[in-house]
Design a protein around this ligand. Sequence first.
Ligand code: FE2
Ligand code: FE2
Length: 169
Amino acid sequence: MISTKIGELINQQITKEQYAAQYYLSMSAWFSARDLDGIANYFRVQSKEELMHADKMFDYLNDVGGEIVIGEIPQPPHEFTSATDVFEKALEHEKIVTKSIFNILKNANEEGDFATVSFLQWFVNEQVEEEASASQLVTKIKMVSDNPSALYLFDQELAQRVFTPDPAN
Ligand SMILES: [Fe+2]
Ligand SMILES: [Fe+2]
């Protein structure tokens, strides 16, 4: 049985993952509007992944007998100053999510809630990957953003990304 406090933190995290999905969808729309459909695809896939993260937490909370309370998702920003700005905001956002997951983990540890500690390990690893790829994309977009043919190739590269559902689910 999960404590009220950890249950609340996980409920909030479900909303945060759903917010991240909305935020990435907003980023995807920004690129679609500029005919950079490959980059738009990348963020669309990213958005789906965030929904999968929310589902994972939903299922966990249900499994441990917590009460699921679906929260309100705030509207994400939709104005960006440049392609680089979008990628920088994506990285910034991943760092916020990492902190939030670490905070749940810290509380779960303090309570001796080792089921939640173990569950969150997947997310800790996921955030390491998310931050690494977001950071790499910031570097890449800075290299190509002022060069149309390089940007074209970068867009083609990101068009390759496909959504793969979590095999554990
Ligand atoms: Fe996530
Ligand atoms: Fe993420």
